[in-house]
Design a protein around this ligand. Structure first.
Ligand SMILES: O=C(O)CCC(=O)C(=O)O
Length: 299
């Protein structure tokens, strides 16, 4: 898995992720095969389609959690399903999602072999049409969980890696470092869900091309300024030993409706083989998980 120098760099990033619950990797870490400028062009086209009501898979204001409707009239804060075969720029997004360097990083973080990786979600987070914020949350532990329930879930392996790749400067993601390993403190538990000064919080600052990997159960929120451009690719990749809980987390986003129609042949023989393998493992995961339903968090 890469030369010795690379290995130590990847291992250091894994140690940071385990210790803090997030790790920022500068643009220089990934010699991405798709330049940020090309991704930005595709992302801008995709956001325009979505705001014009010509792409139905969107994150609508003022709703934090899925399911979202296809109606952009109240504004949007995200565009879903960048790998969907009907999205005009899907091949550009696929090149960044299945990027060799990125997959290598993901393998180091999860600790798995290439043929154990599973395609999951790839979405775009955009400037909202009016100021908007997400409440403090963990992605798959509801706010109503007791400290014991939190610890039980936090003690289980994540079975995936999740990241944000910024195409413009981005200061929207706010995390509480270390909170992925412990139950919420009394202060966190009773704080205003939109508290602007949570003790120990850290605003994650990304420059264009920087990537932050984070534990999706770190205590975090998003705070968005309608006047600041945002185009941030938001992805996750799984591991085929993942549990039914993980399948539910992925498939609640309705990926199952189109995943079998994906066509990765534009990516060239090497990348398309990897992509097809990851896609088929997701299809398998869907079959064994049955009806996964929506994970209901209070809105
Ligand atoms: O905007 C972000 O980077 C965070 C998004 C987030 O927390 C979520 O989708 O649950």
């Amino acid at each position: 898995m890469g030369d010795e120098l690379d290995t130590s760099r990847y291992l250091a990033s894994r140690a940071s992720l385990e210790r803090d619950g997030f790790v920022v990797l500068p643009a220089s870490f990934f010699p991405f095969s798709t330049p940020v400028e090309a991704l930005r062009d595709s992302a801008n086209r995709c956001a325009e389609l979505a705001r014009a009501g010509k792409w139905p898979y969107i994150r609508t204001l003022p709703k934090q959690f899925p399911p979202w409707t296809a109606d952009p009239s109240q504004g949007i804060w995200g565009v879903q399903h960048l790998l969907h075969p009907d999205l005009p720029d899907h091949a550009t997004f696929a090149r960044s999602y299945f990027d060799k360097q990125l997959l290598q990083q993901v393998r180091f973080l999860i600790g798995c072999e290439p043929d154990e990786l599973v395609m999951e979600l790839y979405n775009l987070l955009v400037r909202p049409d009016r100021d908007f914020a997400l409440r403090w949350h963990r992605d798959d532990i509801p706010a109503t969980a007791t400290p014991e329930e939190e610890m039980e879930r936090l003690g289980k392996p994540a079975f995936h890696a999740q990241w944000n790749l910024a195409l413009y400067d981005d200061t929207s993601l706010i995390v509480v470092p270390g909170s992925h390993k412990r139950a919420r403190t009394e202060v966190e538990r009773t704080a205003d869900p939109y508290e602007d000064n949570m003790p120990g919080q850290k605003i994650v600052h990304l420059n264009p091309g920087d990537v932050v990997f984070y534990d999706n159960n770190i205590l975090h929120r998003g705070k968005y300024d309608a006047t600041v451009p945002r185009m941030t690719l938001h992805g996750s990749i799984g591991y085929d030993k993942g549990s039914k809980d993980r399948a539910r987390n992925v498939l609640q986003h309705a990926v199952g409706e189109w995943v079998e129609r994906c066509d990765f042949s534009d990516l060239g023989p090497e990348m398309s083989k990897v992509a097809d393998g990851m896609r088929s493992r997701l299809v398998e995961m869907g079959k064994v998980s049955g009806d996964v339903g929506f994970f209901s968090k209070e809105e």
